[in-house]
Design a protein around this ligand. Structure first.
Ligand SMILES: Cc1ncc(COP(=O)(O)O)c(C=O)c1O
Length: 390
């Protein structure tokens, strides 16, 4: 086996955060080292405690009461599927649904499946300067519009959407609002108590610093959503019908107990560090990267003022996959390239070719940002001189 002596410089935190805080790894290890015992779910008492703790942590962190309205699932995609199916289950005649061109395939694909089955009519609202305008949402509303599903923060452009104004407009028209917070939870304060959303989706393995295979959603009024999955809950076991109380209404089978222990530890870690200090550092480092990349005329940055620690760019004359390869080979920098599961964003910004994305986390250092900026600028300069020679 060959060992690469250079440390990995990880700029792919919008895909999944790495490294995890030591407390998170410890929580997984501790959870797996304890036996499962007791009654209740098959995971037993040890499992129940971690789940309750994680629910309380998430509820407090997101400002989402009561804790029982936090539902745990496999990930954000799973949550979105449950919510979309559940909100639409009562609409047998088909209805009108809104989403946006900023959205991830986790939203676009379930909605397109429904559209293909003639179960909904779908409108995709475009974005301007990285944002969906509330006026565009209002203009798209029809008498049969029942649901809007949209991203809170773009995973390509790093722009946070005005879900307060959009939610108020939707609620004035009696339309349900589901927000995909996969890129915002853990990166910015959320405060769901004051936001007009009917459901808010999170994932465990990105900004919340947990491990893959965890996620969930907050739901304001569980009665508005028809459960679409059924099975064992460890409660009311004589009943052949699935319990309708919360959170059992939407949770089935054995939980990912080590994953939820990790999620609670991730949220604790963020709270101890303070979200304000995480945001401040991320903003400074992101601004530094953008300032540096702007120095090269052949680097195209797709959002020069992101709200999240995400920098999406291309170098004129170079394929984005080649740039990613050069960063990995030459500098041990892990960046994401190509299409980032948000095809309509790429159609709008880079003609569907894809781009390079740098995404930062709580532990990105200034030195790593400096190395990345220098590396990208060097690649851009070389591309420029070889184009000049051609
Ligand atoms: C905006 C957005 N929504 C949803 C997802 C899917 O998240 P998960 O991997 O938890 O299903 C992602 C992940 O890349 C994302 O960026």
């Amino acid at each position: 086996m060959t060992v690469n002596p250079k440390p990995i410089i990880y700029f792919n935190n919008a895909a999944t955060s790495w490294p995890k805080p030591p407390e998170v790894l410890e929580a997984v290890s501790q959870s797996l080292s304890l036996p499962v015992f007791g009654s209740g779910r098959t995971t037993g008492m040890q499992g129940e405690d971690s789940i309750t703790l994680a629910r309380e942590r998430l509820s407090a962190f997101l400002g989402a009461e009561p804790p029982e309205h936090i539902v745990f699932t496999h990930n954000a995609t799973d949550s979105l599927n449950i919510l979309i199916s559940g909100f639409l289950a009562g609409n047998k005649d088909g209805c009108h649904v809104l989403t946006t061109a900023l959205d991830h395939n986790s939203v676009l694909r379930p909605l397109h499946e429904y559209e293909q089955q003639h179960r909904i009519r779908l409108n995709i609202i475009p974005f301007t300067e990285c944002r969906v305008r509330p006026e565009s949402v209002e203009a798209a509303i029809r008498p049969d519009t029942r649901l809007m599903v949209m991203t809170h923060g773009s995973n390509v452009l790093g722009s946070v959407q005005d879900i307060k104004t959009i939610g108020d407009i939707l609620h004035d028209h009696g339309i349900y609002f589901v927000v995909d917070g996969a890129q915002t939870a853990g990166h910015i304060p959320i405060g769901l108590k004051d936001l007009p959303v009917d459901a808010f989706v999170f994932t465990g393995h990105k900004g919340l610093l947990g491990i893959p295979g965890t996620g969930g959603f907050y739901v304001r009024n569980p009665e508005a959503i028809t459960p679409v999955r059924f099975g064992g809950t460890g409660t009311d076991s004589f009943s052949l019908l699935h319990p309708r109380g919360m959170p059992e209404r939407f949770e089935i089978g054995t939980h990912n107990v080590p994953g939820l222990a990790a999620l609670a530890a991730g949220v604790n870690f963020i709270e101890e560090k303070g979200i304000a200090s995480i945001v401040k550092k991320a903003e400074e480092q992101t601004a530094f990267l953008i300032r540096e990349l702007k120095e090269e005329a052949n680097i195209m940055i797709y959002n020069e003022h992101p709200d999240l620690p995400i920098v999406a760019f291309n170098i004129r004359g170079l394929d984005n996959d080649d740039v990613g390869f050069m960063l990995a080979r030459g500098y041990n920098i892990v960046a994401r390239t190509g299409l980032h599961c948000a095809p309509l964003v790429h159609k709008a910004i880079d003609g569907g070719e894809g781009c390079v994305r740098l995404s930062l986390s709580w532990c990105t250092t200034d030195e790593e940002c400096r190395i990345a900026a220098n590396a990208i600028r060097r690649i851009a300069k070389n591309a420029n001189s070889s184009l000049g020679q051609a």
